[in-house]
Design a protein around this ligand. Structure first.
Ligand code: ZN
Length: 274
């Protein structure tokens, strides 16, 4: 089982309870070493102030969530998306983040052409990568479960993410989230194919049976059916020894609890179920 000192808090896990300042203080109070902020609460605090507070806290930033959302119905929309992504890279640099996580986006409004959307994603990443390389900021594609292909991300497997990494080259890697990838019969092989260089982040939560809501009913590690220690062992076999980021969207359960309790349970489950 994993060492709870390896825990990182994705701020979405306590999204309804805490702002970024409270998340930073909470991590310090609970001996959690890492944090992965979302841009909305980062903007609410202010990037400069957040960067200072995180630096003072000594926390590692396991990723900034998120860039991506590349496809657009018009060239103007796609350019606006790219401009926003450059800003996201700048913010990740300001926070000294270990990567910028990319949720790549789905179909543009009114489109049924998923191949074209995937082409726009490829072109968007290629464009952004040039800038990200100049700032030394790694980009981490996060493949999402295929149920999100239409509206969130049309990169749905590690294999597809690895293909993009092969094509586009250095500076691009993958965020492995067990919620999105646990079902894939090819997962072990694709983690191996990615290798140490590309494995930029490891996100954990659990898949509940039954799942009440496909977006907002993720489980705490140990409460569902994902063999997380097995997937972690595949990551470690490739030399991944980064922090383990806990990312739980849970409108009906964990978002309703005291945040301090959530952090306590998180650490315990990292020890017992990860
Ligand atoms: Zn994730």
């Amino acid at each position: 089982m994993a060492d709870s000192a390896l825990t990182s808090l994705n701020t979405a896990t306590v999204k309804q309870q805490w702002n970024l300042r409270q998340c930073i203080d909470g991590c310090v109070r609970h001996g959690i070493q890492g944090i992965a902020p979302w841009r909305d609460i980062l903007h609410a605090m202010g990037v400069d102030e957040a960067a200072r507070a995180i630096k003072d806290s000594g926390l590692r930033v396991t990723g900034l969530c998120r860039g991506g959302m590349f496809p657009g119905a018009t060239p103007a929309q796609r350019q606006a998306n790219l401009d926003d992504n450059r800003k996201a890279v700048d913010e990740a640099v300001a926070l000294n983040a270990e990567c910028l996580v990319l949720v790549v986006g789905g179909l543009p409004d009114g489109s049924k052409d998923i191949a074209a959307a995937r082409g726009q994603v490829r072109d968007g990443i290629a464009y952004l990568l040039e800038y990200a390389r100049s700032c030394n900021m790694p980009l981490a594609i996060e493949p999402l479960h295929p149920m999100y292909a239409a509206d969130r991300a049309c990169v749905n497997t590690m294999a597809h993410a690895n293909d993009l990494c092969d094509e586009l080259g250095p500076g691009l890697g993958i965020a492995v989230d067990v919620y999105h990838l646990w079902w894939d019969p090819d997962l072990e092989q694709q983690i191996k194919r990615a290798g140490r260089e590309r494995l930029l982040a490891f996100h954990v939560c659990d898949w509940l049976v039954p799942t009440q809501d496909l977006l907002l009913d993720r489980g705490m590690m140990g409460d569902g059916i994902i063999d997380i220690p097995l997937i972690r062992s595949w990551m470690e076999k490739q030399g991944y020894h980064g922090l383990i980021e806990v990312e739980i969207f849970s409108a009906g359960n964990w978002w309703k609890r005291e945040a301090d309790e959530v952090l306590k349970v998180m650490k315990q489950r990292i020890r017992e179920a990860v």
